[in-house]
Design a binder for this molecule. Structure first.
Ligand code: IPM
Ligand code: MG
Length: 361
């Protein structure tokens, strides 16, 4: 089949890791007989440099015409990059939030898996990681604090900032349904994370999630407060199957979950709407400190490409082949610097991409 894919290389390490993901996709094309139409799209700092804004209407329209979009990362170093001298709504991150909203990408799937081979890179004690762990964070992506009204005003001579956290029941219901659907294909456990002891939005969250759970009698639902969840992720990560949570909590918990797998450079993600369309990106950031050095770990981007094949194109066999090749490369002892440990072979971004391609046959 021909796959119509938008490509956002983005900023920092984005272009380097996307190049490897595209390389792997091309290899899949050769082996399984698929072709691609890649459409280059600008987002974030790369778009600011050309158009003065992080996301143009034209890019939104072009993205909508694609079946899926593969993305690297956006943003620079806030201390040094000129992009951060612009007003907040013109900075790179604003472009990312806008594309998520415009494309209605409300369901963000962030799988956090501890690879057996990478147990050494995991900062947790061995008795905790024994047997590995495999969780899916389902983060609501188009509501909550990220998209509520905000303002900074002077009140009685005192500067005061407001950010509002709003969720309606429909927004909660659709992400909860997605989480249960996904849980049913896994181990059937949903841990819904909120702050219902304090927030109204969380109390509504809990109520709606419970209603949705009634349609999934075979699933096991558990509620957990977000502070407790942060603790449980390092105390006993094995207990989690699907973690369902709102936007801000999901942002924080997914970084934490990625770190306990050894490196944020390993974590893929998919942002989906009600259709087959998805935006696929590593969970990690643009890492401007290592950009251009050829040392970034492209595995998160490569695994994001695998998620794209699986979710947007139903190409499960091809997605499996990529995941197996990544596993094999790790088994064969190859590591980028972020996951390097004694006795392994350190390779750079392009080399690990090549090694993964060689293992797809
Ligand atoms: C993420 C990132 C973004 C977010 C930033 C870059 C706006 O941290 O995708 O997790 O907070 O959603
Ligand atoms: Mg984040």
């Amino acid at each position: 089949m021909n796959l119509n894919v938008g490509v956002i290389r983005g900023d920092g390490i984005g272009p380097e890791i996307v190049a490897e993901a595209v390389k792997v996709l091309n290899k899949i094309g050769e082996v399984y007989g698929h072709t691609y139409t890649f459409k280059e799209l600008l987002l974030g700092g790369a778009s600011i440099d050309v158009h003065g804004i992080p996301l143009t209407e034209e890019t939104i329209e072009e993205a909508k015409k694609c079946d899926a979009v593969l993305m690297g990362s956006i943003g620079g170093d806030p201390q040094t990059s000129p992009w951060y001298k612009l007003e907040p709504s013109k900075r790179p991150e604003a472009g990312l939030l806008k594309i998520r909203k415009e494309l209605n990408l409300f369901a963000n799937l962030r799988p956090a898996v501890l690879y057996d081979e990478l147990r050494g890179a995991c900062p947790l004690k061995e008795e905790i990681t024994e047997g590995g762990f495999d969780m899916m964070i389902m983060r609501e992506l188009t509501g909550g604090l990220y998209f509520g009204d905000r303002k900074t005003v002077e009140e009685d001579g005192v500067l005061t900032a407001y950010d509002s956290l709003t969720y309606n029941e429909n927004e909660i219901r659709r992400i909860a349904k997605r989480a249960f659907d996904i849980a049913m294909k896994r181990r059937g456990k949903v841990t819904s994370v909120d702050k219902a002891n304090v927030l109204d939005s969380s109390r509504l969250w809990r109520k709606v999630v419970e209603e949705v759970a009634e349609d999934y009698p075979e699933a096991a639902l558990k509620h957990m407060l977000v502070d407790n969840c942060a603790m449980q992720l390092v105390k006993d990560p094995k207990q989690f199957d699907v973690i369902l949570t709102e936007n801000m909590f999901g942002d924080i918990l997914s970084d934490e979950a990625s770190m306990v797998t050894g490196s944020i450079g390993m974590l893929a993600s998919a942002s989906l709407n009600e259709t087959k369309f998805g935006l696929y990106e590593p969970s990690g950031g643009s890492a401007p400190d290592i950009a251009g050095k050829g040392i970034a770990n492209p595995i998160a981007a490569i695994l994001s490409a695998a998620m794209m094949l699986r979710f947007s194109f139903d190409l499960d066999k091809e997605a499996d082949a990529i995941e197996a090749a990544v596993n094999k490369v790790l088994k064969d002892g190859y590591r980028t610097i972020d996951i390097m440990s004694e006795g392994k072979t350190q390779v750079n971004t392009m080399q690990i991409g090549d090694l993964i391609c060689e293992r797809i046959a």
